[in-house]
Design a protein around this ligand. Structure first.
Ligand SMILES: C[S@@+](CC[C@H](N)C(=O)[O-])C[C@H]1O[C@@H](n2cnc3c(N)ncnc32)[C@H](O)[C@@H]1O
Length: 170
């Protein structure tokens, strides 16, 4: 699936979210796409600030510089954000990079407003034992991870045989 097609699937699931956080924003492709297609304010968080300059350049190019802010930080310890701050959190191709997923999910729950949504797209394997570099979860193990962190599952589907999209609610 082309990234743009995935990003569109994410936009469709943002509902009326005003204040959106994109975790693992990298060079800001999803942040910029979200800003352009929603007109809302997007904060990008990444443990490395290496891609932020490129993200800002793109924001200027597509005329959304005032909608994008990039913040350096670890999803497992988002001291930079208050509790109940965001209406929606997006995470594309990022959860499998995170070492302590449970800690990260509890932090995401803290910074989401009550009823706020977490939209995650990530690689999946069909069954346990097939793990490889970026393919770490089955769709069921992802569902279980979110439910154990106290999220309510709204949607869980395969967009491609190895790409899952999950939407959960605080
Ligand atoms: C494959 S990139 C995702 C790119 C982007 N989301 C997209 O759609 O193109 C994964 C990103 O997650 C970031 N990352 C990894 N561990 C992280 C953590 N603990 N907290 C925040 N970001 C993290 C990496 O620095 C990297 O930029």
């Amino acid at each position: 699936m082309k990234d743009r097609a995935l990003y569109l699937e994410i936009v469709k699931r943002l509902g009326k979210a005003e204040n959106i956080l994109d975790i693992g924003c990298g060079e800001g492709e999803l942040c910029n796409y979200l800003a352009k297609h929603t007109g809302k304010r997007i904060t990008g968080l990444d443990v490395s600030g290496a891609g932020f300059r490129k993200a800002k350049r793109m924001a200027h190019k597509i005329k959304v510089p005032n909608l994008i802010e990039c913040v350096e930080g670890d999803v497992g310890n988002m001291v930079c954000f208050e509790g109940d701050e965001f209406d929606a959190v997006t995470m594309a191709y990022t959860l499998h990079h995170v070492n302590e997923e449970k800690k990260a999910l509890f932090e995401i729950k803290r910074i989401l407003k009550p009823g706020g949504r977490l939209i995650v797209a990530d690689y999946v394997i069909k069954k346990e034992g097939q793990e490889k570099e970026c393919h770490k979860f089955t769709i069921m193990s992802l569902e279980k991870l979110f439910q154990e962190a106290g999220f309510h599952l709204l949607e869980s589907k395969l967009l491609e045989p190895d790409l899952a999209l999950l939407v959960v609610k605080k």
